[in-house]
Design a protein around this ligand. Structure first.
Ligand SMILES: Nc1ncnc2c1ncn2[C@@H]1O[C@H](COP(=O)(O)OP(=O)(O)OP(=O)(O)O)[C@@H](O)[C@H]1O
Ligand SMILES: [Mg+2]
Length: 375
């Protein structure tokens, strides 16, 4: 097998030692003692494997990776859920994160017993990257899916980005409301100045992040595919042509007619290509999956470099659409030193154990059955 020629960097370790859940989706109650490295969850379809991973995602991102509302994560017929994690950081220092949601009282997030004023302040403190079959939405769906991904990723790298993005969205919503009832030029000018200020920051940060990702995605893809194919990623924004203030001025008449803001970073997109052609149209399912894997590995690498910590890596449905060679190359990559704690799910215990053994990986295996998690 061809080795990956990335420089091995050693980052601080931050890992989840214990995960406790109450009323989280189909998991009524669980206390899971985890390994610092590989944790595998096996079980039939619908058993609750992805739900365990989603709970880990909650503790880092303060929201679900899959459901739109917190209420959907509360077990049917119950009023609240609790997800609690005990993490171990450098020099064995322990940290706890507690996330509760109740239908009446909403969501409360605590770190070491202290409640956050703003959930956004937590994002990025316990870096995490998830790979799941749902990621294909990034390729198949409209641009807003790719912007959402980019926003989630950059927010973990840079909290001021999240603040700029939130302000931009607030002004945009206000401007659009205003356009429904008025076309007052003075007022629009004020909105435009604010949009230009926050939008330009968003544009610059997105551009810089995608530029850094580009090389990494290409390199990881080449490794996973054994140099069989090449992929490209690029950032597209109208702001490449002219500053946002000018774009807004030029589209003002159109905006007034449409009663909607037609220009700005809310129209940005990411372009994915394989062999020079659009990945959505010309990539096979396995090639698309490999691309997403390369994208997430690049994200992992950038988060690790930024935080100097090894993010937690969630690999939901490890074998989803990948051939065995690519899975083995992936495992041999993530078993290297620069990777930390990893969660893997699969519905086939034998296949998973065989592959992990041949990759020489030590792991802890949990069985999941109808919402019960067992060793
Ligand atoms: N709020 C909820 N309350 C109770 N059960 C729920 C809730 N949300 C989802 N579920 C149940 O959780 C189960 C799905 O769990 P999950 O997605 O973790 O399965 P899985 O083990 O990953 O399966 P697969 O192998 O198909 O991916 C389904 O049976 C679903 O009905
Ligand atoms: Mg699943």
């Amino acid at each position: 097998m061809k080795n990956c020629n990335f420089v091995v960097q050693i980052y601080f370790v931050m890992w989840l030692k214990r995960l406790s859940l109450i009323n989280f989706k189909n998991i009524r109650q669980a206390d899971i003692d985890l390994s610092e490295r590989f944790n595998c969850f096996v079980g039939d379809n619908g058993a609750g494997k992805t739900n365990v991973l989603d709970a880990v995602y909650y503790l880092s991102m303060s929201k679900s990776a899959f459901t739109m509302t917190d209420g959907q994560s509360v077990s049917h017929g119950e009023d609240f859920f609790v997800a609690e994690g005990t993490y171990v950081a450098e020099s064995e220092r322990q940290e706890s994160v507690n996330c509760t949601f109740s239908r009446k009282g909403g969501k409360i997030l605590k770190r070491n017993g202290k409640e956050y004023d703003r959930l956004a302040d937590h994002v990025g403190s316990f870096p995490l990257v998830i790979v799941s079959p749902r990621d294909t939405e990034l390729i198949m769906d409209a641009a807003d899916e790719r912007r959402r991904y980019l926003n989630g990723f950059i927010s973990q790298l840079d909290r001021s980005y999240l603040a700029s993005m939130m302000r931009y969205n607030a002004v945009l919503a206000e401007r659009n409301r205003f356009l429904k009832g008025s076309s007052d030029e003075q007022m629009l000018l004020i909105y435009d100045m604010q949009l230009a200020e926050h939008g330009t920051k968003v544009y610059e940060r997105r551009g810089a992040v995608v530029e850094q990702m580009r090389g990494l995605v290409e390199e990881y893809y080449r490794y996973l595919s054994e140099d069989k194919e090449t992929v490209e990623i690029a950032y597209r924004s109208e702001l490449e042509q002219m500053p946002l203030s000018e774009l807004l001025l030029r589209s003002r008449e159109r905006d007034i007619i449409n009663q909607f803001t037609c220009s700005g970073v809310h129209r940005d997109d990411l372009i994915f290509k394989i062999g020079g052609y659009p990945l959505r149209k010309y990539g096979s399912q396995g090639q698309q999956k490999s691309f997403l894997m390369a994208l997430k590995l690049a994200q992992f690498r950038m988060l690790a470099e930024h935080t100097q910590e090894r993010p937690i890596l969630l690999l939901d449905d490890l074998f989803d659409k990948l051939d065995i060679g690519r899975v083995q190359r992936l495992l041999s990559l993530v078993s290297a030193e620069e990777f930390g704690q990893i969660f893997i799910t699969d519905c086939n215990k034998l296949r998973l154990e065989d592959t992990l053994l041949s990759a020489g990986v030590e792991y802890k295996l949990f069985k999941v059955e109808a919402g019960e998690v067992m060793l």
